[in-house]
Design a protein around this ligand. Structure first.
Ligand SMILES: [Zn+2]
Length: 246
C-alpha cells in the first residue's frame, strides 16, 4: 500500500484500500448536510468517489486506526471522524494515525447498512470482502490498535451507548474499552473470546489477529443524525486517542 503526500495539506498522506467501493457522499442529504464544506472535507469527499481512501497523519512507531462507515447508514461516526481529522491536521503528532472516515463510500452515498448486500461487520473473515481488505490493510501497515466507530438505534442491537471488546486473545482491547466507556460514561459489552458469539466483525477479526480493537456505539436513528450524536461519537474517538496519550 503506497501512501502519497498531498501538496495542499501538510502532514497528510493518502492511499486506497480498494477502488470498487467509491461513492458520491454529497448524494446523501442527511450526511452531506452535516459536513462542513471546507478544503479538507471537500478533498476527502472527492477522493471517496474512487474507492475507500485511507489517510495518514503524524509519525511514530505506534500506529492507530480510526475507522467509521463500516455500516454506511450510521452517519454520526463518519461525520465525527472528519471532525477529528480537521482538528488534528497540521498538528505535530508523535504517533502514526490512520483514518478511514468512509469504509464504503458507495453505502454511505446510498444511506445503506450493507455494501453490495454484504454486512461488512459480519464478513471481515471472508477473503476479499471489503472489510477483509480493510483488515489486510491493518495487518500490512502494522497498525497496532483499531477503533471502529458505529451508531446504534433504540430497539436494535445493542440499542444503547456502549463499547464492545473481547478479553482474548488480545486482552488490551478490554482495557481500552473500559477506559473509553468510563471517560464518556457509557456501558462496556465484553466477551471472553473474540468472535465467539458471531463471526466477521472487524473488531473481532482484528482481535483474533492480535490487534487490540474496540467497537464504539452511540445512540442515533439509522440513516440520520440527531442532536448530540456526532458530539458523542467524537468524544468516543477522542477518548480512544487519549488512552494512547494523543
Ligand atoms: Zn454498525
Amino acid at each position: 500500500m503506497l501512501f502519497k503526500k498531498i501538496d495542499e495539506f501538510e502532514n497528510l498522506e493518502i492511499a486506497y484500500v480498494c477502488d470498487f467501493s467509491g461513492g458520491y457522499i454529497s448524494r446523501n442529504k442527511q450526511l452531506f448536510g452535516n459536513i462542513e464544506l471546507n478544503k479538507l472535507n471537500q478533498f476527502i469527499l472527492e477522493k471517496s468517489v474512487f474507492g475507500t481512501p485511507i489517510f495518514k497523519m503524524g509519525r511514530g512507531n505506534k500506529k492507530l486506526l480510526i475507522l467509521s462507515g463500516i455500516h454506511g447508514n450510521e452517519l454520526s461516526p463518519q461525520i465525527a471522524n472528519l471532525r477529528l481529522m480537521n482538528e488534528l491536521i497540521g498538528n505535530d503528532i508523535d504517533l502514526s494515525l490512520y483514518f478511514i472516515p468512509f469504509a464504503a463510500p458507495k453505502s454511505s452515498m446510498n444511506n445503506e447498512r450493507t455494501f453490495n448486500s454484504l454486512d461488512l461487520n459480519r464478513s471481515s473473515h471472508i477473503k476479499n470482502s471489503l472489510s477483509n481488505l480493510i483488515l489486510n490493510a491493518v495487518l500490512d501497515l502494522g497498525i497496532d490498535f483499531v477503533g471502529d466507530f458505529h451508531s446504534t438505534a433504540i430497539n436494535s442491537n445493542p440499542g444503547f451507548e456502549s463499547v464492545f471488546s473481547s478479553k482474548s486473545p488480545s486482552p488490551e482491547s478490554f482495557l481500552i474499552a473500559n477506559y473509553v466507556a468510563r471517560s464518556v460514561g457509557c456501558d462496556v459489552i465484553s466477551y471472553d473470546f473474540a468472535g465467539s458469539s458471531y463471526k466477521g466483525a472487524v473488531e473481532d477479526v482484528c482481535n483474533l489477529k492480535k490487534v487490540p480493537a474496540v467497537t464504539c456505539e452511540v445512540l442515533c436513528p439509522f440513516g440520520n443524525v440527531v442532536r448530540g450524536s456526532v458530539d458523542r461519537s467524537y468524544s468516543q474517538m477522542k477518548s480512544f486517542l487519549d488512552y494512547f496519550g494523543v
